[in-house]
Design a protein around this ligand. Structure first.
Ligand code: GAL
Length: 642
């Protein structure tokens, strides 16, 4: 089928093909016995059709002979049970045996193909951490964790002190006496859990880096990347990407399945069951663009129904085409699909592709063909410039995610969903957003939104002091030290330097507890989380709850929101902050989103109604038109930018 596949791919408008990311058992059927001929043929067949290749290292699926020779490569779950062979990702990231095997294999593979002119990129492994495989509670992980702690704390007394191990007699006599934080009758010490998460996050990075070192040597001209996942926070992606560990951030976008699997209210899941929530993909486009230093790809785009969410509906007509344009509008260099052809056997036989199992283009495949043809026919669309820095930044912080998962305090407190709520509000106001690390240079932004950040250090306070931006901080900001303790000055810790106030008590709110407030003419409630705070010095109280506790406080350009507010209130607070920052906002029609790239503005209709897009009267449309139907996309150039 291969020659025909290659020909049909090129005809469809496909330019890049990723292959081999799980094919270890075919490349090395027996230890040390490499069989490359089939892969040579696949590569030559695709290259002959003018296609460029992305080669995946197959280390997400160690073959059976390797597991039989080294069963300790299988990871151990938190309940102490070892996973079995028989699916994928069955390896312990801390296993030194496995790491050696990976370097050995990748050296052979990269040595053979690294300088092939058609292989323009390499992907390491596949979706590191997928299926909850970051943590392993194995002897190998324990040994490396102890060494990691020793490096960090130098003496066990220092560790006991920082961890507060005097509490409940948890003091350790030596580093090798420290265990992993699983199988404890009640909560393990939160800093023990946090340090384990920090350690595991670094393990993921160092596992990937071992392959990158080999690939840089053998494939010096290729782009090196990894395919990250949406809404996935188990390792720190900013740190992962540091020091040229990747050239491009690639990620796998499954909007409908993601909408179904994140903690959105049921009515939103119902409403967007076939279109996906309008911000769910955009959120990760805007996050991975900055992680990739401006360069990002969609490595796997949903092309029809998938197989892994609680329910897997067929996308509404037009969505597969819309998602491609959405990715491009947010700055993607490339959108690739999972998968070329639905595979009629094994685990993913219920997962669609661009082709049905009989090689007929699927409905999604036809939409991809349409998008590819439209882009090829339009100079404006095929020559999109690089995306510009947005005026608005949202700070997303992985350690905050871990800390608030370790100490949720209330069943429904979910940091990433808080960030998402703020993001959604900014996008409803028609804004472009960069999602960034708190350690990034934030000086160029006019509005910096920090939905929450557990630790506020002097560097961040320095950024605030230096910048002329408006800053919005949400609840729980500055509520912890790096040692996972409450700051002695009380939360929000070092933020008090620019915004004198103190958090005296905090409460999580069951759905029946709803302190009410209004901000301007918008009314709403606190949900999930609220703080009882005291304004100090010249800090102003801009809004208060019906029981008189301050809800929104500010001093100059810094504003603090002392609760998780209902959505309309978040939007009202952000609209005001944007306006103070001199950023124009416009409340978009329900379900409509816009995104600017180069001199074009794209609009996407995820709503049920046809809507008019907010283009100026003299705008020139390069795609679609002013009236936008459900599931449709348009793009225009505003008259003044001509
Ligand atoms: C991704 C993975 C692919 C495939 C796909 C199905 O997680 O990288 O190999 O399993 O999901 O949606």
């Amino acid at each position: 089928m291969w020659a025909d596949d290659a020909k049909r791919m090129a005809e469809l408008g496909i330019t890049h093909v990723r292959i081999a990311e799980f094919a270890w058992s075919r490349m090395e059927p027996r230890p040390g016995e490499f069989v490359w001929e089939w892969l040579d043929e696949a590569i030559e067949t695709l290259a002959a059709a003018g296609l460029k290749l992305v080669l995946g290292t197959p280390t997400a699926s160690p073959p059976k002979w390797l597991i039989d020779a080294h069963p300790e490569v299988l990871p151990v779950r938190a309940d102490g049970v070892r996973w079995n062979f028989g699916s994928r990702r069955h390896y312990d990231i801390s296993s030194e045996i496995y790491r050696r095997e990976c370097v050995r294999f990748v050296t052979a593979m990269a040595g053979r193909y690294g300088r092939h002119p058609s292989i323009v990129a390499w992907q390491t492994d596949n979706e590191l951490g997928c299926h909850d495989t970051v943590p392993s509670y194995s002897p190998a992980a324990l040994k490396r964790f102890q060494a990691w702690l020793q490096l960090r704390y130098e003496s066990v007394n220092a560790l006991n002190e920082v961890w507060g191990n005097v509490f409940w007699s948890m003091e350790y006599p030596s580093f090798d006496a420290i265990g992993l934080p699983n199988l404890t009758p009640t909560d393990a010490n939160p800093i023990h859990l946090l340090d384990f998460r920090r350690f595991m996050s670094e393990e993921v990075g160092s596992f990937h880096r071992e392959q990158i070192e080999v690939l840089r040597q053998h494939a010096p001209n290729a782009d090196l990347l990894h395919n990250f996942m949406g809404f996935f926070t188990t390792f720190d992606h900013y740190r992962f990407a540091e020091d040229n560990a990747i050239d491009v951030a690639a990620w796998d976008s499954y909007p409908i399945a993601r909408t179904e699997s994140i903690a959105l209210p049921e009515e939103q899941k119902a409403r967007y069951a076939r279109t996906a929530h309008p911000d769910v993909s955009a959120f990760d486009h805007d996050r991975y663009r900055t992680i990739g230093g401006g360069r990002f790809w969609v490595m796997e785009q949903q092309a029809g129904p998938v197989n892994w969410a609680s329910w897997n509906p067929v996308p509404a007509k037009g969505m597969v085409r819309l998602w491609a344009y959405e990715a491009f509008a947010h700055g993607a260099e490339l959108v690739s699909y999972f998968r070329w052809r639905q595979c009629p056997f094994a685990q993913e036989q219920m997962h669609s592709g661009l082709n049905l199992p009989n090689n007929e283009l699927s409905p999604g495949g036809l939409e991809v063909q349409q998008a590819a043809r439209e882009i090829a026919a339009s100079a404006a669309l095929s020559g999109l410039g690089a995306p510009k820095r947005a005026a608005t930044a949202i700070v997303f912080d992985y350690e905050t995610q871990w800390m608030f998962e370790i100490q949720r305090h209330g069943k429904t407190f979910d940091y990433q969903m808080l960030v998402f709520d703020y993001y959604e509000a900014l996008r409803e106001l028609g804004l472009d957003v960069d999602i960034v690390s708190s350690k990034a240079d934030l000086s160029q932004y006019r509005l910096v939104v920090v939905p929450s950040i557990a630790v506020i250090d002097e560097t961040l306070v320095g950024q605030i002091e230096k910048s002329s931006a408006q800053w919005v901080f949400g609840p729980r900001s500055g509520s912890k030290t790096t040692a996972f303790a409450i700051p002695s000055s009380l939360p929000p810790g070092a933020l008090q330097k620019v915004l004198p106030m103190q958090v005296l008590e905090v409460e999580t709110l069951r759905p029946t507890l709803t302190p009410a407030l209004s901000f301007g003419d918008i009314e709403g409630v606190a949900m999930h989380w609220r703080e009882h705070v005291r304004a100090n010095g010249d800090t102003r109280v801009d809004a208060q709850f019906d029981d008189a506790w301050p809800a929104v406080l500010s001093r100059g350009k810094v504003l603090y929101v002392a609760a998780w507010l209902s959505h309309g209130l978040h939007r009202a607070v952000l609209a005001q902050a944007a306006n103070e920052a001199g950023i124009e906002t416009q409340l978009l029609a329900d379900g409509l989103r816009i995104r600017r790239r180069g001199d074009l503005t794209f609009a996407f209709n995820f709503g049920e109604q046809q809507v008019e897009v907010p283009a100026s009267v003299n705008a020139t449309f390069v795609l679609g038109q002013r009236e936008l139907a459900t599931g449709d996309v348009c793009a225009w150039r505003d008259a003044q930018t001509d």
